[in-house]
Design a binder for this molecule. Structure first.
Ligand SMILES: NC(=O)c1ccc[n+]([C@@H]2O[C@H](COP(=O)([O-])OP(=O)(O)OC[C@H]3O[C@@H](n4cnc5c(N)ncnc54)[C@H](OP(=O)(O)O)[C@@H]3O)[C@@H](O)[C@H]2O)c1
Length: 338
């Protein structure tokens, strides 16, 4: 099979070799998927830059999302069978024509469902689903702040919050994204390049604290978000994109920007900070991942969620695709097809 193999950390242009590699070998409970392509995630950019701790040693096949057809199964794979079209969260190995996936990390999809949308179900929508539905319980009228709201996970969180009837503050970095957020129905879109999101939320919301903040930017963004929470509020922290491209001083500043916390402070203020890593959930709680994925598919079928396709590239445009995601211009999901 062919795969895009990450051979060098650093510049995207020199990072990959697209070449023949041995087919994966199935383990019990796994399915082999002949992929139509793979989805890109911001974590791929961090991995290429050498900033992603979970990335396997090089040479490595990265990538978390694939869509394709099951061509082989081994052992008990539940209801999955050869010929099913699935989307799968692969936890690396996704940038390849054949992928061995745990059956619990797959969800069946319709044969004619748009590939670019199905790519978003796994990492981005299931992470958003877990952050929104599994680690807390939000209600109609609750006020939520979503950072990078026009991105892949951000769009998913916005749609879930709208579905629940929450009031949404959404940040993004361009006027084009502001228009996109308005079109989704975000009540208070904030361009953080022209407005301080902390001051803006305070201005609109007064002293009534937020019920939830979803933050994958990290550093001082998380510190400010935590200050915006009201009693009973949660800050769900699921990334640290502000580390991107930073040198060691920048990384230290980012780490210090989070601020210092003591557990008793959480008790006294009745506020929480919740960390989420879907790789850990997928590895250690596969049934939870399965539940998230299946609920995402169900909610898409019920027209409650509808992933936005940013762009679909061909495999020989992999560099352009990754540069596009890194440029922060993408809105929704970016994918690459074989
Ligand atoms: N913990 C988990 O399991 C998990 C799973 C999936 C994703 N994530 C995290 O969720 C975040 C979103 O992932 P995604 O794949 O959906 O990407 P994405 O949101 O589609 O793209 C990344 C966006 O982040 C925003 N951003 C804010 N600060 C940034 C910075 N310093 N450098 C670069 N971009 C910055 C940019 O939008 P604006 O400029 O408009 O803000 C950019 O477009 C990432 O941090 C990712 O690592 C975590």
């Amino acid at each position: 099979m062919k795969a895009a193999v990450l051979t060098k950390f650093g510049a995207i242009e020199n990072a990959f070799e697209i070449k023949e590699v041995p087919n994966p070998i199935l383990k019990e409970g796994q399915v082999m998927i002949k992929t139509e392509g793979f989805g890109l995630n911001f974590a791929d950019i961090m991995a290429i830059q050498g900033d992603y701790k979970d990335c396997p040693p090089l040479p490595a096949i990265i990538g978390y999302d694939v869509v394709g057809e099951i061509v082989e199964t081994k052992g008990d794979c539940g209801s999955l069978k050869v010929g099913d079209r699935v989307t799968a969260m692969t936890r690396f190995g996704g940038y390849a024509q054949l992928v061995a996936s745990e059956n619990l990390a797959c969800a069946k999809i319709k044969k004619d469902y748009a590939v670019g949308k199905a790519m978003a179900f796994t990492t981005q929508y299931s992470t958003a689903y877990y952050c929104f539905n599994e680690v807390q319980n939000l209600h109609k009228g609750d006020k939520v702040l979503i950072h990078a709201a026009a991105g892949g996970v951000g769009t998913a969180l916005v749609q879930m919050a709208l579905d629940r009837g929450c009031e949404i503050f959404g940040t993004c970095g361009s006027q084009e994204k502001i228009e996109y957020l308005k079109s989704l129905g975000v009540h208070h879109p904030i361009n953080y390049r022209t407005q301080d999101f902390y001051e803006e939320v305070k201005k609109i919301n007064g002293d009534y604290g937020l019920d939830a903040v979803f933050d994958a930017v990290g550093g001082s963004s998380a510190k400010k978000g935590f200050k915006l929470l009201g009693s009973g509020g949660n800050l769900v922290l699921f990334g640290a994109s502000s580390i991107t491209g930073a040198n060691i001083i920048g990384k230290l500043k980012m780490a210090a920007g989070f601020g210092m916390y003591h557990p008793l402070g959480f008790v006294m203020t009745s506020k929480a900070m919740i960390g989420v890593n879907m790789l850990r959930i997928g590895d250690d709680r596969p049934l939870v991942l399965k539940r998230c994925l299946e609920d995402v598919v169900t909610q898409v079928e019920e027209n409650r969620l509808d992933p936005t396709v940013s762009k679909i590239f061909k495999i020989d445009e992999l560099t352009e695709a990754l540069n596009y995601l890194r440029s922060r211009k993408s809105i929704g999901k970016v994918s690459v097809l074989w």
